[in-house]
Every structure is written in C-alpha cells, then in structure tokens.
Design a protein around this ligand. Sequence first.
Ligand code: FEO
Ligand code: CA
Ligand code: CA
Length: 651
Amino acid sequence: MSHEHSHFHASLEAHDDIAINPSANPPLAELINPARRNVLKGGLSLAALGFFAGGISACSKAGASPLLGFQGVPVQIDPQFDRVLVAEGYRAVPFFSWGDPVEAGAPAWNPDASDDWQAQLKQAGDNHDGMDFFAFPGETERGLLVMNHEYVNPPLHPSGQIDQTKPRPLAEVRKEQAAHGVSVIEVKKGADGHWQRVMDSPYNRRISMLTAMRIAGPLAGLDVMKTVSDPSGLEVFGTLNNCATGVTPWGTFLTCEENWHNYFINRDKQDYEARVSHKRYGLAKEGTSKNYAWETADPRFDATPYADQAHGGHVNEPHRFGWVVEIDPFDPKAQPIKRTAFGRIGRECAALSLGADGRMAFYSGDDAKGEYVYKFVPAGRFDASQPQANRDLLDQGTLYVARFDADGSGQWLALVHGQNGLTVDNGFADQAEVLLNARAAADRAGATPMDRPEWAAVHPKTREVYVALTNNDGRGAKQPTDKANPRPQNLHGQVLRFNEQNADPTATAFTWELFLLAGENRGAKGQDGQPVPVNLTGTINGDLFSSPDGLAFDAAGRLWIQTDYDDSEAPMQAMGCNQLLCADPATREVRRFLVGPRGCEVTGLAWSPDGKAMWANIQHPGISFPASDGKTRPRSTTLLITKLDGGVIGS
Ligand code: FEO
Ligand code: CA
Ligand code: CA
C-alpha cells in the first residue's frame, strides 16, 4: 500500500515508507552525476510539479511484442472515475468484495456496515491484497482462491470513521481485527463457462487477527517469543497486515506480515531507544498515533515494558509478527504456522524459485525506505514423492540479504551468526537474535539500501528474478543514490532484475540490471512547457506508470505489473488512476491492460490453470466501487477478468 491515497484513510494507512534504517552502509561506487543534483537543488516542490497533463494520455497499439496481444487502454484522469476500464475484447466483473459471506452462517454484507465483529469473522476481510489460485489435485476447473486482507479502512464502521484520539470501543477493534488476515474461497467453472464461487464449500475459511496459530522454526519457544498470555512462546493469535504472498511446491500458501509495527506502541522512551527489536522496526512511541490505537482496548498491543507485569507483559508481542505464515488451504482445520527461519522484517512477499533438483529460494522485499531485498534458502530439497517430509522444509535454512554492486554483479550475504560481522561483540548474541533483528543484521552485513522493495516475481522458465522498487522520496537525502537506486527524490520507482549464477536459486552470486525506471520519458515536457526534471524521467518502452508494486509472471512469461501511488497528488495525478500493465521481458515493452477506480491500488493476481481467467484485486477504491452509484460505501473487490473470445489473458 502507499501511505496517502484516499480521504477515507489518509491518517490510518500503515506508514510503510517511513525510513528508519539508520545504517551507514557505503553507497555503491557510482553517485548521481552533479548535473542531476543541480536540477534538484533548483527547488523541486511537489506542489509545483504540475507536469504531464498533456503528455501521457496516449496508449500503445497491439502488434510490436508477440507476447502482448491486446491494445492498451488510456490513463483515466477524471477525479470521479469510479469503475474499471479493461482492454478491448475483455470483461472485468466484481467477484468477491469486503463483507461477502465466506464461512457457513455468514450474513450478507450490510450497506450500512452494521454487521458486528462475529459476522465479520465469517465474511470477506477488507483491503484485498496478494492472492493465489490452488487447483484441486488433478482438476483444472475447480480450485481455491486464497487472498490477503491487508488492513482496514473507516468505511468498515457504520460511522465511516475511526477515531484514534479516544479510547477505542472494543467491538470496533474486534471488527477491525476480524477484517484482517486471509480468505480461502472455493471457485469453479460453471456450465456457462464462467468461474463462480462455491458458496457452501467446506474449504471456505477466514483466518484473521483472532485465529490461533503456531510458532515454528528456530525461535519457537524461546524467551523472546513469550508473553503474559502465551508463556510457551509457541502460539500466537493472528496475522497482521498481510501484504503479498508466496506458494510452496507442496501446495501451501505463504502470507507475509508487512506493516505490523504500526499496530504496537512502546511508551517508554528510554526502553524504546535501547530496544532494537522495537526501534529498528519503527513501532509507535509515546506521542505518535500512527496505528489504530488498538492498545486502548486490547492490552496485547501495548508493548511497553511496564514494571507491573499484570498490566503489561506484552513487550515481546511485536516479536511474534513480521514473519512468513504458512497456510494449508486444503485442510480447513490446520493451524497456520509462523515460520521464523525466514527472519523478521516488514515482509512484502515470499516468491518461490524452484530448481530442477528440488532446491529452492524464496525472495522477499522489505518495504520501507532504504530497506533490503532478502532470500531464504531452505536446507532441504523439495521431493514430490515425500509429501510428509516437505511439511517442515521451511523450518531450516539460510537467510540472505542482497548487496547490489556498481558493476552489475551482486552478492547474497548470509545472515548467519558468526559470519558477516554478526557476532557477540557486535550485539548479536546468537542466531535467534539475528533472525529476530534481521534488519539490524542486514545493516551489519552491508546490504544495499533499496527504494522500498515490494514484490518479487520469478520467470517461469529462466528463473530470472524481478523486484519492484516502488519509490523513495528520501533517496538522495537519507541514502545516497547508487546504480540500483539511481534517482534522488525518486517518486516513480523502478523494476530491477537479476540472474542467479547458473540459474541456481541457492547461488550466493548474481548479476543484475535495471529493467526499467518508471515515470515520464526523457525529453517530455510538463504542463509548464519545461522539460520534466531528470530525477523524474524514466525509461519505459510503452505505456507510462508510476510506483510499481505487485509483480507476477503468467505461465507464458508475461510480466504483469500493478501500481500503487496516490492518484490525487502531482505528478502522479496525470498518470491517472492506478493500473495493471503487462510487460514483455525480452523487448521490455509495457502495455496498460486495466485501469482501476479513483483512489484504489491495483494489487494481487491469480490465474486459472488454463490462463483463461485472471483475478485481480481493487484495494480501497475511493468513491463507491463496485456499486459505482456515487453513494454506496466503497468496498475492496476481487475482479474476475476473462477474454470475450475465451482465449488466454494477454494473448
Ligand atoms: Fe503492502 Fe508494501 O505493500
Ligand atoms: Ca505499495
Ligand atoms: Ca504492496
């Protein structure tokens, strides 16, 4: 998510872009050239950046890339745009919205949002995000669609408000907690050829902030994981701020906890400063109100180390978030499992790369300004003939963080106690502390601070890895520019790609390059007739966009790109509403496939096994989508997208 899109939640969005990385890792050799710096010094005020209006309404035509078989759609700059525009020859319809019934006994959504939290526990959560499709074994026309519900917006409540300035009513907090998490819904292709939900499926399931889950891996049961309500350190209620996802080769869903830090507060200033596991993640501190103030109704979210433990004892609760959570969608009774071997970060995703020999890697971004790109390499190998042995493959392995060198090479730095400076002398008592404070470990190891790493995607054939670096307006000030993050005050972001040595997911060396820089192209003129400043010019071959976020490959190797920017703010205003685009990795051509309603983020992508149905999420639409009547409260919604001629999406 971005931090500032619609009026509904401007103050409530998780602040995923606040730089709290204090490390002084050396910049890559290449600094931005002095001429560029001068442009910036000339006084870039965001308010003054009224460019683009005339420049980017065009869209590209079908034909140049063999992979991209559709005609692009134009940007939508109408401030009242309240629907979805998809490429000609396609159909996009609302499929699954916040409040829709999921579990047995769930009521239908009430337009006045008056459902209580018990109802919300059985209904679709809010802010649909990352999503995957799991076919039933041996079937192609029936499966489970599993998606994240990242956070909540004020329309969740009948008043349309969340008042953080007063103690929160517990019932409101519970409803918000119930609206977080994950939905599992069964879908099948109907007799009419259209995909539909199976409303009475036993697989339909909600997982929320109130669902008990197991803690597994190296930190399970350790003191740092114990709280007054879980003296075992083995069980935790809920998962939070579930952003993007991953899929394992053994058919489980990985949900990733991103901006969990915004839900906790530590009011003890002295303790806060000294406690790396709070401070390095940017928990709220006394006087800040960036969270939902859950701690005013539910003491679990007050992580202050009060002397009187009867009134506290939750100082370790924030240690129980920031993980990859494994969910078996085919076993509705199975507890979700937090896999601590992955390390604790602001986890964006866990994108799988599977080698021919069963060895694998899971790639993750940590989405905040100047944070890092990680991969986790399980110690074992996937073996399809040993389903039981695969069950706990995620509990042992090596966490790495990336260093992108200026010559186009790169290194994976192992976050292993005793290596890369991760020693007792440097403040890391043992491997548990390395994993708990993975950000600090990555600082010490010398990782490259990046422009807010969002999703990673792995090419289905070559295993080339793509990472969306969404933007970083602090680049140049807090972190010097470098080759991988070349633009100061980077409002538009970039997509970077890399190849592991010998295409081996477990390699420790790789080569990388920038796939594209988003933003207006060089030489373009703004509204004022002046050239667009060089720090905002991009290298897109095709349709323009800003702030790449969601990334996913389809089976044919098309790279789909989803955007997340504040569409009300210059210069993004002229990019129009957020978008879903498609790129050809070979030609780098980019074409705009879909535009979402005003105020939304476009995120989450899944396909049917034949590639002829695609689901995409419209997160936090701003006006009244999907009713699109100008008055019904807006609802995050999954779209079902099909081609009118029944063909493969994008072909
Ligand atoms: Fe939840 Fe960084 O997006
Ligand atoms: Ca984002
Ligand atoms: Ca995102």
